[in-house]
Design a protein around this ligand. Sequence first.
Ligand SMILES: NC(=O)c1ccc[n+]([C@@H]2O[C@H](COP(=O)([O-])OP(=O)(O)OC[C@H]3O[C@@H](n4cnc5c(N)ncnc54)[C@H](OP(=O)(O)O)[C@@H]3O)[C@@H](O)[C@H]2O)c1
Length: 421
Amino acid sequence: MALVTGANKGIGRAVAEGLAARGMTVLIGARDPRQGEDTAAALRADGYDARAVVVDVTSPATVTAAAHTVTTTAGRLDVLVNNAGISGGTPHLPDEADLDVVRQVFDTNLFGVIRVTNAMLPLLRRSSSARIVNISSGTSSMTAMTDPDHYFAGMEASVAYPASKTALNMLTVQYAKRLRPEGILVNAAAPGACATDFTVPYTRATGRTVTRTAAQGGADEFTRRAPSTFATAPPARGGPGRGRQARTMTDREPVEARNLDIYGGGELAWETVRDALVAALPKMETPVFLGTARPDGRPHAAGVGAQWYEGDLYCTSGPGTRKSGDLAANPACTFSIRTPVADVVLEGDARRVTDPAVLEPVAAGYREGGWPAQVDGDALTAPFSAQSAGPPPWHVFRFTFHTVVAVGITEPFGATRWRFA
Ligand SMILES: NC(=O)c1ccc[n+]([C@@H]2O[C@H](COP(=O)([O-])OP(=O)(O)OC[C@H]3O[C@@H](n4cnc5c(N)ncnc54)[C@H](OP(=O)(O)O)[C@@H]3O)[C@@H](O)[C@H]2O)c1
């Protein structure tokens, strides 16, 4: 069950459609009941589960009533997207500030988020994997705004909107700190400039055209940049991540990223590291080390040949080897991989796979990589393998990672840790 505020149009509507397409029941938060119901009806006509709920984020009464509606209908909330926002008009020069307008912008973009979030928190706390995403803006970035080379430098100064979104970012951090111990992830996402009613005054004033659609800002781009919303939302009816549905590494989106750079550098891009990991395997020259724990707790490491299949890493190991024994007793392990851009350590669980529907494509992948593997019963054989694999047949292990740590080995260096649902 997801609630999106300001979902009757623009990016909010696109986010609602994206969540509905992933199998969630979506509550279309709208301050105008008719527009909310029109949007919900349009989603239902597309086969989705959507209902309208009146939410004016500046009105405590509607927010309380909306929380009551969710309580009586669903009893819990899994995803809250605080999307409703206003610009306060463009331009709105600081020295000509209309404080009533500034208050209105902050009441919507900042205080409204507190109002809605706190009203929905009891319902979010009833979810096993609650997520909150606050829709911020690139204009919230003090770095970009003060960078003379950034196109924001050429924009007119504006007193209300950018400051409200910068404050929203900090608010997001504070909620994230407070709620993380409870397992509720809180993130902010900037959808990029999108052609919505919101940007009409901007395009009129500047003569510029915004080409990105709300669907790209609210769905495609958004799922890529703010993965916590979608990747970790419970896939209510067979969405991605449930069962063994076909997926790729691009479906493995982090729910959390942490910049570990101790020299002030920025976060590494997950997409860059992911693409390097995909490109590096199953090349035999790529060093891959599997780290396991022996039953007595002592560590063990061995080089393995590994490859990706449907977003998981696969390797082989003889049944009598140390690592096979370790994994049978304790599937927790690490894979350490050197790629051209970063040294990467993946943490997760590796378990034996015997399903022929998986063994066949894994064997085919090895053959493409230069190792002539064939399926033999519930294992693989080949004329040769690494010494560390032991004699054939070799068991196949599927490794599903939950944490990735990358340390850059080329510019811009840096170090980042990502967690996955
Ligand atoms: N478009 C962009 O380029 C862009 C870029 C960065 C960030 N954003 C952010 O993305 C979010 C959505 O923007 P958008 O482009 O989709 O704008 P939009 O098309 O103007 O939609 C804004 C939505 O917010 C709703 N809203 C405004 N005040 C509200 C209130 N007091 N209570 C409840 N709902 C309210 C609007 O409802 P009504 O229809 O009733 O007015 C509408 O549904 C905003 O937070 C915005 O700051 C947009």
